[in-house]
Design a protein around this ligand. Structure first.
Ligand SMILES: Nc1nc2c(ncn2[C@@H]2O[C@H](COP(=O)(O)OP(=O)(O)OP(=O)(O)O)[C@@H](O)[C@H]2O)c(=O)[nH]1
Ligand SMILES: [Mg+2]
Ligand SMILES: [Zn+2]
Length: 356
């Protein structure tokens, strides 16, 4: 394997370079992004990089700009100490979340992730409803989820059994590992999931122990962690940005800052995968576009009434779905507005060029 392949580069990405007019540039992977400055790597150390003016101007939305984990085409200068990014290669998967109150209200978390470790801590942070949201977001991004429950050293065996049962109901077939960064219990089970040249990310609320786990896997305290303040029981967002690191085993890991709020999800396909038992019954509904909330011939409702489908799961399904529908609607409108605005800016820029 060459250095890029060790970082996860493969034929799929390669095919998009061959077909591309921009071939002739170097390929590299984005390690981190700080506003408009990035760090990228070709497999040997980080290189500071910026987007080309053309890339910035032609971007209609944050989707078109590099995020951590992206593969890019760029030009490297001065013995690879500095680079200009010309293109972001198509993504195999993308993790994004809605951020309320911004003009374009979503944020890219990371790209080209194979497996996402969704982490909750066994003490105060455990929340099956929130877990469902994370699962939907991960499924929607085309990523395989694994659920981690941290800080198991803080709870009794009984409590742990209760938690495992509760979370298993939400997890379904998704692997679930309860572990402790403190005692090291089941860290080896987590390591068992890590494959060379595969990309993993750690997501979950602030303070659950994502960076502590990363440091454990690296085998040193390379990244900063911090006590969770006991008064408000909320972490203080110790990790400020996303950063891609490669472990000795060859696995690529992206740590992310804790998300205080998953907030409003822009998800659709992910919901079905998060509630597979509902999707299964839905295939028997009389109408293909059945809304499962009172229509004639609805197999989902019939299953709820017959006691074959858990009522709470059904209620959560409806709740998550209506939330998603509402927000994707307003998102679509906002996106359209942003597009029109982008077009206007572009045409103004173009006309400026023409008359210069
Ligand atoms: N008891 C116990 N404490 C842990 C465990 N894992 C992490 N901690 C502690 O939890 C606190 C927060 O850990 P971090 O690793 O900084 O949490 P984080 O998820 O990276 O938080 P953000 O970077 O803010 O998103 C630290 O004080 C850790 O020592 C664990 O398994 N058991
Ligand atoms: Mg952290
Ligand atoms: Zn139905």
């Amino acid at each position: 394997m060459d250095r890029l392949e060790q970082l996860g580069y493969d034929h799929w990405f390669q095919s998009h370079v061959d077909n591309d007019l921009g071939a002739g540039h170097d390929v590299a992977r984005v390690i981190s992004v700080h506003r408009d400055r990035c760090a990228v790597t070709k497999g040997s150390g980080p290189v500071g990089a910026e987007c080309s003016g053309n890339l910035l101007y032609s971007a209609d939305s944050p989707l078109d700009l590099p995020t951590t984990g992206d593969w890019i085409l760029g030009d490297f200068f001065d013995d690879d100490t500095h680079a200009i990014i010309h293109r972001v290669l198509p993504r195999k998967s993308l993790l994004k979340r809605k951020t309320p109150g911004k003009r374009i209200d979503f944020q890219l978390i990371a790209a080209n992730i194979d497996t996402a470790f969704i982490m909750q801590s066994a003490d105060y942070n455990l929340n099956p409803r929130r877990l469902e949201r994370y699962l939907a977001m991960v499924h929607d991004g085309g990523i395989t989820p694994v659920i981690l429950v941290s800080k198991c050293d803080l709870i009794s065996a009984d409590e742990r059994h209760r938690i495992d049962t509760e979370i298993s109901q939400v997890a379904g077939t998704v692997p679930l590992i309860s572990f402790s960064n403190l005692t090291g219990e089941h860290i080896d089970t987590i390591e068992g999931f890590l494959k060379p040249a595969h990309t993993y990310c750690l997501i979950g609320s602030s303070g659950v122990g994502k960076t502590t786990l990363l440091n454990r896997l690296i085998g040193s305290r390379r990244f900063e962690t911090r006590e969770v303040s006991t008064r408000d029981r909320k972490g203080k967002h110790t990790t400020a940005s996303r950063e891609l690191v490669q472990l000795k085993s060859g696995a690529v890991l992206i740590d992310t800052p804790g998300m205080r709020e998953l907030g409003n999800l822009a998800i659709d396909s992910g919901i079905g995968e998060t509630f597979p038992e509902i999707s299964m019954h839905a295939q028997q509904c009389r109408f293909r576009d059945c809304s499962h909330d009172g229509e004639a011939g609805c197999a989902v409702l019939a299953a709820v009434h017959a006691g074959e489908l858990d009522e709470n799961r059904y209620a959560n399904y409806l709740k998550l779905r209506s939330e998603s529908q509402y927000h994707s609607l307003s998102y679509a409108e906002k996106r359209k507005k942003d597009k029109d605005f982008g077009k206007m800016v572009k045409s103004v820029l173009k006309s400026g060029k023409r008359y210069r």
